[in-house]
Design a protein around this ligand. Structure first.
Ligand code: 6GU
Length: 259
């Protein structure tokens, strides 16, 4: 049995075909670690001729809503297809904002059913009946939940042991459990390009000095680019030495070691 099964319910199943057959996700599926089943909501339409699943809102207003009957029929059928019932997740700009902590929690569910909205949204009875977890990927409006569903899948599968080549590598990601700071800069060959050099500290093989430089760079980058992360109350946020916080000087130019 895979560690994680996703059922995607969408009006546009073809959107997922390229994504599911490429790269890390494809390998995870091939290895049996992740299973993804895409369902076309239109197949549960009561309208056998045009497979219509939307209608105009009562009370008037622009756009169309996805109807309650096909969604409930589809979710009930999809629940019965898997070995265990899944957590229903509705992708909507009204949802709880997705962050790394939520990604970590989602990855603990054996099965997620991702319900992708389109048009002006769903008949509200979908929410009343299914009581889904409502998720948003940020404060902007997408044309539908499909891209957000890919974001949920892409971020959660990284938490599944064996999906990344090196099992420890997601722990050091920015925002991850072991690291609430941004990642430090990295370099590869050549040592110099158009006058931009790799910092000397990375070349001398002194691993303690390298670790200290990386940790200082992470803190500096977080201060400059995401001060809000340092303010966020977390249990496992590394403490920032007073000498670093309150430092308003600009960062060192990229490719040069700090003095
Ligand atoms: Cl999950 N769906 C849509 N349609 N727009 C969004 C979103 C989701 N998250 C942010 N914007």
């Amino acid at each position: 049995m895979p560690a994680l099964r996703f059922d995607i319910i969408t009006l546009f199943p073809e959107i997922f075909s390229g994504y599911l057959t490429q790269s890390l996700l494809h390998k995870a599926i091939e290895a049996g670690l992740v299973e993804i089943v895409v369902h076309d909501l239109r197949e549960w339409s009561a309208d056998t001729k045009h497979h219509k699943v939307d209608d105009r809102p009562y009370g008037g207003g622009p756009g169309m809503l996805i109807q309650v009957e096909p969604v409930i029929a589809c979710v009930e059928a999809v629940q019965a297809m898997g070995p265990t019932p899944g957590q229903v997740v509705l992708l909507t700009p009204q949802g709880k904002p997705l962050g790394q902590r939520l990604v970590e929690q989602l990855s603990l569910h054996p099965r997620l059913i991702l319900l992708c909205g389109r048009y002006e949204g769903f008949d509200h009875r979908v929410l009343e009946i299914l009581q889904p977890m409502e998720l948003s990927i940020g404060d902007y409006v997408l044309n539908g939940g499909e891209v957000a569903a890919m974001v949920v899948i892409d971020s959660t599968i990284r938490m599944v042991p064996g999906v990344l080549g090196d099992e420890t590598s997601s722990h050091l990601d920015s925002f991850s459990r072991g690291n609430r700071l941004l990642e430090f800069p990295q370099y590869t060959r050549p040592r110099e390009f158009r006058g931009w050099s790799v910092p000397d500290v990375l070349l001398n093989g002194n691993h303690e000095a390298i670790a200290a430089w990386r940790s200082a760079q992470s803190r500096q980058r977080t201060l400059m680019q995401r001060k809000d992360l340092l303010a966020a109350p977390t249990q496992d946020l590394p403490t920032i030495p007073p000498a670093v916080s309150g430092n308003d000087s600009p960062p060192a130019a990229p490719g040069t070691a700090p003095s």
